[in-house]
Design a protein around this ligand. Structure first.
Ligand code: NDP
Length: 334
């Protein structure tokens, strides 16, 4: 007999998309070779877009929302994964082309699964989720272009959108690795929180969001992780010191880039794009291994709240409005 379970499902009615708590059954599960009993998911900016319908995330409807999940294997046709094993998935088109993680049960393709890293609990894995995974990819991208904590010309790294999910995890990792971290936020009430994660200085969002005052501004940062895009990223580029680099992963402030080429051709700076959905498995495994060692778990706990599945529609509106601090784990069984 087919069992029922709860999920947040986006539907389209008269051109309006919205995600709602719905009951599904095993017959609704998509194709795949592994069925997972989901324990937790997490809330990301993209989930805000898909659940509220403010961004075109799902390519077809109905679609289970949620880009992340962790749980235990219920049934497996793959020799790689056995029943009862703890696994996680982030990205790979979940909630876009394949039903996602805001559900109590999901069927998936085994090549997307990552065994839960030893040293991380299921809750910790989702406290990291796509956002924290992206933060680590950004740190690795900076390292790849030679921006280490002891680099020449100082080690100060700026993180924009710092009180959000990607930003919070990035601040905690960078501080743990020994970088001097400057955190940019538009919410003064988060400044103490950001200092508690390891930020040495705070930059008001308004200092960056208006765009550069001149194409080559005072050289302030050896590197940056930018989650905001648009005029903020343009300001950051104008302030990167000679030979420095920016890892750009986000568009919380807009997807345009009103910038000058001068910092690139006169200061030899680099702009590195970071993408978390299609990240190759070897890089994925490396990033998760790094996360289980380079992210202090007490900082992770301090930035995380746990919410029940039924609150996802409300929380989706909150994250788009910039009201979410740090990371939100979704307990799909609560
Ligand atoms: P959050 O909403 O948790 O964080 C975004 C933060 O950006 C907010 O907390 C706020 O920080 C700041 N912000 C929001 N609106 C504005 C604005 N209009 N102008 C300037 N700053 C703003 O989202 P996530 O951390 O989950 O994601 C951050 C960004 O990264 C998103 O754009 C998301 O799409 C992108 N992303 C990209 C990925 C990829 O694969 N490339 C993967 C994951 C996320 P504060 O209050 O501190 O100012």
């Amino acid at each position: 007999m087919s069992e029922t379970f709860r999920a947040i499902v986006a539907t389209e009615t008269d051109g309006t998309v919205a995600g709602r708590l719905t009951t599904l059954s095993d017959t609704d599960l998509p194709k795949g070779d592994v069925v997972v009993d989901v324990a937790y998911s997490s809330l990301n900016y993209k989930d805000g877009l898909s659940v509220t319908g403010r961004g075109r995330v799902a390519r077809r409807f109905p679609m289970v929302c949620g880009v992340d999940l962790v749980g235990s294997v219920r049934q497996s046709d793959s020799p790689e994964f056995k029943e009862g094993q703890s696994v996680l998935v982030t990205g790979y088109g979940l909630s876009e082309t394949h039903p996602g993680g805001f559900t109590q049960r999901q069927r998936l393709r085994s090549e997307w699964l990552v065994a839960l890293p030893s040293g991380l609990s299921p809750v910790q894995a989702m406290a990291i989720g796509t956002a924290g995974f992206t933060s680590m990819l950004c740190v690795m991208a900076l390292e790849d272009v030679g921006i280490g904590p002891d680099g020449p010309g100082g080690s100060e790294i700026l993180v924009t959108g710092a009180a959000g999910g990607v930003g919070s995890v990035a601040v905690a990792i960078l501080a743990h690795l020994g970088y001097t971290v400057a955190a940019s936020s538009g919410r003064p009430e988060t400044y103490d929180y950001l200092r508690s994660l390891g930020a040495k200085s705070i930059v008001a969002r308004s200092e960056l969001s208006g765009g550069p005052s001149r194409p080559l501004d005072t050289q302030r940062w050896r590197g940056a992780i930018d989650t905001v895009g648009s005029a903020t990223l343009a300001s950051v580029l104008s302030q990167i010191s000679y030979g420095g680099a920016v890892a750009a992963c986000g568009l919380a402030g807009g997807n345009d880039l009103p910038a000058s080429v001068l910092p690139f051709i006169l200061r030899a700076i680099k702009l590195v794009g970071v993408e978390s959905v299609q990240t190759p498995m070897a890089q994925r495994l490396l990033a998760w291994e790094r996360l289980s060692g380079d992210l202090p778990l007490e900082s992770l706990e301090a930035m995380t709240t746990i919410e029940p599945l039924g609150r996802v529609p409300e929380l989706a509106a909150d994250i788009l409005a910039g009201r979410t601090r740090g990371r939100v784990v979704i307990d799909v069984n609560a």
